[in-house]
Design a protein around this ligand. Sequence first.
Ligand code: UGA
Length: 473
Amino acid sequence: MRLGIFGAGYVGLVTSVCFAELGHTVVAADKDREVVARLADGVPTLYEPGLENVLRANLRAGRLTFTTSTTEALQRGEIVFLCVGTPGRADGRADLSQIDEVVRSIAPMLNGYTLLVEKSTVPVDTASCIIRALRRLTGARNGYEVASNPEFLREGSAIEDFMHPDRIVIGADSPRAQALLLDLYRRDFACPILLTDIKNAELIKHAANAFLATKISFINMVADLCERVGADISIVAQGIGLDHRIGPHFLQAGLGFGGSCFPKDLKALVRIAEDLGVDFGLLREVERINEARAARLIKTLNEALWVLRHKTVGVLGVAFKSNTDDIRNAPSLHVIPQLREQGVLLRIYDPQAAFKIATQFPAEAGLQYVPSAYEAAKGAHALLILTDWDEFRSLDWRQLRSLMRTPVIIDGRNLFDPAAMHARGFEYYSFGRKHTQEPPDADMPERAEPAHGFHTAASRIDPLPTVAGGEDD
Ligand code: UGA
């Protein structure tokens, strides 16, 4: 099929390269000339595993074109996807001005049947507003339709998520629009394809993100309980997740959620509900819990180091999650300035996102960007783990410990087994698990602990696999 894509940001770019990879002819339009020039040269504008290869292969194959001309994307596409940004406004509502801009720019050029498909996350009923605007601008409704086909990809695994989704949601209000979108997907995707109307589809996206965020805040509150009572959140989460009605995913406790989606979509859904006379206070609480996580980490650091002023702290990871250079709403944006205000000297390392955070917090005498985790540990009184990068799981802890002034680790992502870190000689603090404060005493016999694991028929205990991430060796 011939597809037009408006917007070459995260969703637009991944959608463009993936549809091209599936054999469709894609014209992607973006108003940013520099972005278009770079992409046309095969240079990704964002870090995403696997993106560069697919981008280059499809440019070479001639299936993928980037342009600044909306006319070109519109006229060469049988289906046109709206993938422009829908950022949050100061009042929490979604800013739909980029969608409005696209609608106004294409209205005069609509000629023949065009299906405009919302792919960006939009408030429920946005399609009705688009249709109303187009009707006003074109004088008639003939010749175009609007549909909703929300995207569920995650940053860091976007290509994989696009190619192997759990489900595809097609929201259309006419058989023709529905059939066109179904034709686009059914050949290549074996997952369930949910056919529904536009409003349901729009709401599914917001509700899915809000539910996942709720799961994270829920488990973070249980983690706080665990910490108070001396229980272990990774085992509690596992025990909960074994119930198939709950499932094991998104129960990783720690610093909470960031990124360009959950925080913005939560706020937007609260406002949508409010505007419709529904009090979705639950989601306000989810937000409140999440916003308190960074302060909790700093409190733990304070307790561990006693006085923070003039202490050196290594920061491992600033991206909001692993496998991305995205720092939007990342906990690091709160942690870094708060620690600097308290006179902490920071040595920061992130495999991909350091250059982005450096634009917000430029290097200065008390804040250095360093090229490795080992450099971050040099002379440090403590290490903070803010992002779940895989490379942190396989660090040489002996070397790291020898570089640090005091062996204190505050792990905001619960990457390691506290007992193992203790055995390596660290004071190890994480979320919802026992803190191991005293250095191991060689003369003291280990106190026997009850087993944690699955009882098997052979009366053995199989150790629990870790919920997410886990031990490094
Ligand atoms: C999220 C959704 O997962 C996607 O389905 C959706 O398409 C996307 O938003 C979007 O609306 O565009 P994303 O924000 O890329 O994707 O990342 P996630 O993997 O969902 O993680 C979000 C945040 O939650 C991260 O900060 C992560 O560290 C945190 N998280 C995730 C936890 O704290 N605990 C968990 O158990 C899982």
